[in-house]
Ligand binder design. Structure first.
Ligand code: GLU
Length: 473
């Protein structure tokens, strides 16, 4: 357990075996929030001891996704610590060698020359006897050529490992179900099980927050802590994110994307952070929209859910839209800059600000901006009379008459929103037109779209000359 006054330190320990999955990003976020909430430290450690599985570029992509989301780390692959050194496991081999020697000396660890073929036949034997395969020292080949053995940790049968997990509650595992596990592989590299514990200890990690697929590794880790006489960290094993069916683990087929993709699609990092934080965690109130600072202040390990959370891309979009709305208008304009339609290139900042003020409430993400704003910068393709008829029920002839009348009406307007409103409503009333249909007609003729911001604001923003020009053509 964490001693009073001990500085809280958490870590995220990705293996660079692929792009960062959104679920891993969420687990990283919980570690990050817990460290920041406690004015502690957050470490990113690259677990690259399985050299064969390393994917080129994965480490860079993991770090850049985390950076994009706004999770800064105190120590990481790019920031070694003056106390414990590198945050890249392949650069820490001296430590693993030193510590495994201590366990060899005390008899907790032993060399094993069992060949892969022997292992396979032991496994097959267990299966034939309908027994789970558990490796024991009496099965090991205890002599062989130097440099070819693995090093195993001997767990006595009678050992019982218990701990209270922050999410899973009281856990109790028996040594006889665990078996002697490999700490150092025959290539000299440590296994995840061994390196993870040595590093968590040397890095003074107080809280291990990780995916619950590692739950069954934890008794092995705790056995090592106890064997070394080290203080155990606390554990929180986080349930997975589920696909929309609420059953299977989230996959790409469910619309989940690699973390990096969200940046390129115009999502806001603070919205993605907000969304991820509420996947499998809740603040205990009805509040749904949180800034990163607010998340830091309300986050509690005790509120991580026991069951998996469903990934819902619609909710993510909604939340992103809410963050776009809540943002300061000038910051919004700045962020929108790379998302305007190409037709906007000539337009000045003031005009863009005006357009953005009219459309931002409809944006789910900045990638929507081009579509929703294009007609402010370019004339739309003329809408077919039949289509207009379908939408408004005005016959082609009525449409033509209304067009002429509207041009006259607008010609006389000073184009303030009040004047436009007064004239267009007045005209509809005098001529017994359904206001909704009439305004839809004007909207379609000017914007080419059924959706636009308020009609008067739209006309006012486009300006008199442009509106009349569009109506005439
Ligand atoms: N390297 C492990 C992974 O890829 C780390 C698990 C842990 O956090 O202990 O998830």
């Amino acid at each position: 357990m964490t001693a009073m006054n001990q500085r809280i330190r958490t870590r995220f320990a990705p293996s660079p075996t692929g792009m960062l999955h959104i679920g891993s990003l969420r687990t990283a976020l919980f570690s990050y929030l817990w460290a920041r909430k406690n004015n502690g430290e957050f470490i990113v450690r690259l677990e690259d001891t399985d050299q064969a599985r390393i994917v080129e570029g994965a480490a860079e992509q993991i770090l850049s996704s985390m950076g994009w989301l706004g999770m800064d780390w105190d120590y990481g692959p790019d920031k070694p610590s003056p106390e414990f050194g590198s945050c890249i496991q392949s650069e820490r081999n001296d430590d693993y060698t030193r510590y495994i020697q201590a366990l060899l000396d005390s008899g907790v660890a032993y060399y094993d020359w069992t060949s892969p073929e022997q292992l396979e036949s032991l496994r097959a034997q267990a299966q034939a006897n309908k027994q789970p395969f558990v490796f024991r020292k009496n099965m090991a080949t205890l002599e062989g050529e130097t440099g070819k053995a693995v090093i195993r940790i001997a767990i006595p049968d009678q050992t019982v490992i218990t701990w209270t997990d922050h999410v899973k509650g009281l856990q109790s595992w028996r040594g006889k179900d665990i078996g002697d596990f490999v700490a150092i592989k025959s290539d000299g590299f440590p296994t995840y099980q061994f390196a993870n514990v040595v590093d968590d200890h040397l890095m003074e990690i107080t809280h291990v927050i990780r995916a619950d697929e590692w739950l069954s590794s934890t008794p092995k880790h705790l056995f090592l802590y106890d064997a070394f006489g080290w203080q155990r960290p606390e554990f929180a094993h986080v349930p997975p994110i589920l696909g929309p069916d609420g059953k299977k683990k989230l996959s790409k087929r469910d619309g989940a994307k690699d973390a990096a993709v969200y940046a390129t699609e115009g999502y806001l990092p603070e919205a993605v952070m907000n969304y991820l934080a509420l996947l499998g965690w809740n603040p205990g109130t009805d509040q749904e929209i949180f800034s990163p600072d607010q998340l830091v202040s309300v986050f509690e390990l005790s509120r991580i859910q026991k069951s998996g959370a469903k990934f819902d891309p619609v909710r993510l979009d909604w939340m992103n839209g809410m963050h776009i709305r809540n943002m300061d208008p000038s910051k919004r304009l700045e962020l929108a800059e790379s998302w305007w339609p190409k037709e906007a290139v000539q337009s000045d900042k003031a005009y863009k600000q005006r357009v953005l003020d009219l459309v931002y409430e409809r944006l789910k993400k900045f990638a929507d901006l081009a579509e929703y704003s294009r007609f402010f910068f370019a004339r739309a393709m003329a809408v077919d009379v039949q289509e207009i008829e379908q939408e408004t029920k005005f016959t082609p002839e009525e449409q033509a008459n209304l067009l002429v009348a509207t041009i006259d009406l607008l010609q006389a307007s000073d184009f303030t929103e009040t004047d436009l409103e007064h004239r267009l409503y007045g005209y509809a009333k005098e001529n017994d037109l359904k206001v909704g249909k009439y305004f839809m007609l004007i909207r379609l003729m000017i914007t080419g779209s059924r959706f636009s911001p308020g009609l008067f604001e739209t006309l006012n923003t486009l300006g008199k000359a442009e509106v009349l020009e569009r109506l005439k053509t």
